[in-house]
Design a protein around this ligand. Structure first.
Ligand SMILES: C[S@@+](CC[C@H](N)C(=O)[O-])C[C@H]1O[C@@H](n2cnc3c(N)ncnc32)[C@H](O)[C@@H]1O
Length: 192
């Protein structure tokens, strides 16, 4: 995998990965996804970043690695146990604010905020409150989702939800999107 990416891994990555495996967390983002996120993050110097679904901080550390010193990031998860791994390993980074909250509540309470980059990796902001989160993307900003290719562990009915989500995104005229067969299936959206 290292050879495939040929990109320097974030300094905190290995410690987070070890803690993630020890914790039994079953939903980590793939390193291929993370590498793409880092590259895209670097396209937003001074940007405001939002991550919905921190998990243990694997994607967070890659996004931070792509951000410059003047950028800032809010990352949200509702599970204090996994979030504590992210806090332990990334809490010293002054650019990052880690918040333990229900994503749906947070989105409703922060609807007026605008972001240059949103990685929506939890139900809220992807399958729930999608319009509200797309409204939070500034003009020229990026909205990114993964896990859009069929997976063996999807529950009954989820494939239809994923197809409906892509059809809805295709129908919107205020965004430009590319659907990629990369990693678990990524959709990258830019707001017009
Ligand atoms: C796919 S995982 C995120 C993986 C993470 N981005 C990574 O790099 O490993 C989804 C995360 O969303 C969180 N989550 C689920 N429901 C949520 C909610 N309603 N509000 C906030 N976070 C939620 C879960 O606790 C889980 O950590």
């Amino acid at each position: 995998m290292l050879e495939e990416i040929r990109q320097k891994y974030p300094s905190a990555y290995n410690a987070i990965k070890v803690a993630t495996e020890a914790s039994g967390f079953t939903m980590p983002s793939e390193v291929l996804t993370c590498s793409l996120l880092k590259t895209l993050a670097a396209s937003k110097p001074g940007g405001k970043f939002l991550e919905l679904g921190t998990g243990t901080g694997l994607s967070t550390t890659w996004i931070l690695d792509g951000m410059d010193d003047s950028a800032s990031m809010i990352s949200i998860d509702n599970d204090e146990t996994v979030l504590s791994i992210a806090k332990e390993n990334l809490g010293v980074d002054k650019r990052l604010k880690l918040i333990c909250a229900d994503g749906a509540d947070w989105i409703k309470q922060n609807a007026g905020q605008k972001f240059s980059f949103i990685f929506a990796d939890a139900w809220p902001g992807k399958y729930l409150l999608l319009d509200e989160v797309l409204n939070m993307v500034e003009k020229g900003g990026l909205y990114i989702i993964d896990d859009m290719l069929p997976q063996a562990n999807w529950p009954t009915g989820h494939a239809e939800k994923a197809t409906d989500l892509i059809s809805y995104l295709d129908s919107r005229e205020d965004i430009i999107l590319t659907k990629m067969g990369w990693a678990t299936g990524i959709v990258i959206i830019t707001k017009k």
